[in-house]
Design a protein around this ligand. Structure first.
Ligand code: 3ON
Ligand code: FE
Length: 494
């Protein structure tokens, strides 16, 4: 078999056409499917976050991750569907809107106009709230990992402002964009998340919040239930983590942070991260305060080489902790001189799903590659988070090997390696798939996949609903909004 040339798999111009400003803010626009029917038992809201402004006053961001956060809400009400979207009114977004020009540097290399001198010694971080969106209690939180969450009205998407979560956070405190939802391994469902205070020694604050009100126990949704702080040697770069009933699993990549070029106005802060070729990656396993090892110190275990942003899942097996993650051979950075829309996909490492089995007794780690296909944004059935799972769903490349834009949704059977594919190629580009279990389902793959596709043929976004079991199309809805390639989303049941 020969591999089709890139130009047959996708047109670069169609992929790049998604990097554009969102010019509209829509309110409750009713939608009907172009094909198929919206399931009547799919009731709730799909929230998505991602960069919504890629250019200001003729100046393009250096990297899409520097774009201001824009939230899309797709509300499903018994077969009816409506769309709303709003930019998060962060302080930086409001100032730049009023000024009509770029006033802040971006973490991924976007600079203020005026060259190096204008950027040197401006070390302010603009909290752009563009990475994740979750509901906690009666607030919708727009997340960006280097600073506090922004609270929004879940219904109107109106920004209330920065939230310190009722005094849980200090002003300016980092709060991860990757909370994990424990479906109820202990007494109640929880949102487990963390914040990192970086430096030559880094401190992880691990927090568990109630996600449901329990009046009898005096607990309200959004209350902090427990927390702990642990410090580790080295500059920690932790974008994501994974949970089991008893552990929070972090993977500290072998990375160095040399902020001098950032200080001198030559690079963004994240461009100052680089792989340490002779470094040693580590698993940091922190006992959950809700679990069996509460109060015990963390366990530190050598991890395999490579670079990880995202994990699929983790679970415990007879004293072992098993964690599945998407590995890159190196830290994929967009250097100061590069144009991100011109990247040569063949020259940057692809993400590959691997499983590490950590034997806590001996500190031994056994690594297995689970698939050879380039992928990102993988998840299991959310009711089984932290437990061994049979199935995973992920965004992947259209071809079986090599790096490419994400164009297909893949269901992987983790026990047999069998896979199913739904493809949007050659004109479609996929984002993070969300698996939503069917209410009352008992089978692990009974539910739907909710997926936003950039449709390069019509330069707009489509919402695609797939059957999670066989990836057959249930409905395709052409949205009246063009949403740039996004980051993370969540499903909130009605
Ligand atoms: O001291 C600081 C610590 C810290 C947390 C240094 C710092 C300023 C660099 C920093 C900030 C980090 C931030 C803001 C990270 C934000 C990450 C982000 C917005 C997204 C990451 C996404 C990762 C992946 C792998 C996405 C892949 C997407 C595709 C393959 C689809 O095209
Ligand atoms: Fe992420």
């Amino acid at each position: 078999m020969t591999v089709a040339p890139a130009v047959d798999r996708f047109a670069r111009s169609e992929w790049a056409s998604a990097f554009r400003n969102v010019e509209q803010e829509l309110t409750d626009v009713p939608l009907t499917p172009a094909r198929g029917t919206i399931p009547s038992d799919l009731v709730g809201t799909l929230y998505r976050n991602g960069p919504g402004r890629l250019e200001r006053n003729g100046q393009r961001v250096h990297h899409p991750f520097d774009g201001d956060g824009m939230i899309t809400a797709l509300r499903f009400e018994e077969g009816a569907l409506a769309l709303s979207n709003r930019f998060v009114r962060t302080a930086g977004w409001q100032e730049e809107e009023a000024a009509g020009k770029v006033l802040y540097r971006g973490v991924f290399g976007s600079q203020k106009p005026g060259g190096r001198l204008a950027n040197a010694f401006d070390l302010r971080l603009k909290n752009i709230a563009n990475t994740g969106v979750v509901q906690l209690g009666d607030q919708l939180l727009a997340l960006w990992e280097a600073a506090e969450p922004h609270a929004l009205d879940p219904r109107t998407l109106e920004t209330h402002g920065i939230s310190l979560l009722g005094g849980v956070l200090k002003k300016g405190e980092a709060f991860s964009a990757h909370p994990r939802f424990d479906p109820g391994h202990h007494d109640r469902p929880r949102m487990v998340t963390f914040g990192v205070k970086t430096g030559p020694r880094s401190t992880i604050r691990l927090m568990e919040f109630a996600t449901e009100t329990d009046a009898a126990a005096g607990i309200k949704a959004g209350d902090l239930l427990c927390e702990r702080k642990d410090s580790f040697n080295g500059f920690a770069f932790l974008h994501d983590f994974a949970i089991t009933p008893n552990w929070a699993v972090f993977l500290q990549n072998a990375i160095a942070f040399n902020p001098l070029p950032f200080v001198l106005g030559q690079k963004g802060a994240a461009q100052c991260l680089e792989s340490k070729p002779d470094g040693q990656a580590k698993f940091w396993l922190i006992p959950r305060e809700s679990g069996a090892f509460a109060g015990q110190p963390p366990r530190i275990v050598d991890a395999p080489d490579g670079f990880v942003f995202h994990h699929l899942n983790a679970w415990e097996d007879d004293g072992d902790v098993v964690v599945e993650s998407i590995y890159y051979s190196d830290f994929p950075s967009v250097g100061p001189e590069m144009d991100f829309t011109a990247v040569d996909f063949d020259l940057i490492p692809e993400g590959l799903l691997e499983q590490c089995r950590i034997t806590l007794e001996s500190g031994e780690v056994k690594t297995t590659r689970l698939s050879e296909r380039c992928c990102e944004f993988a998840m299991v059935n959310p009711d089984k988070e932290g437990l061994p799972c049979r199935y995973a769903w992920m965004a992947a490349a259209a071809r079986e090997q090599g790096n490419d834009p994400l164009q297909v949704i893949k269901k992987l059977d983790l026990s047999t390696g069998d896979r199913q594919i739904w493809s949007a190629a050659p004109h479609g580009f996929v984002s993070e798939p969300l698996m939503v279990p069917r209410p009352g389902a008992s089978a692990e793959d009974d539910g739907w996949i909710l997926e936003l596709v950039w449709n390069g043929a019509r330069e707009g976004s489509d919402l695609v609903i797939l059957d999670a079991a066989d990836l057959k199309e249930v409905a395709v809805i052409e949205l009246p909004l063009a949403i740039p390639h996004g980051l993370h989303g969540s499903w909130v049941e009605a």
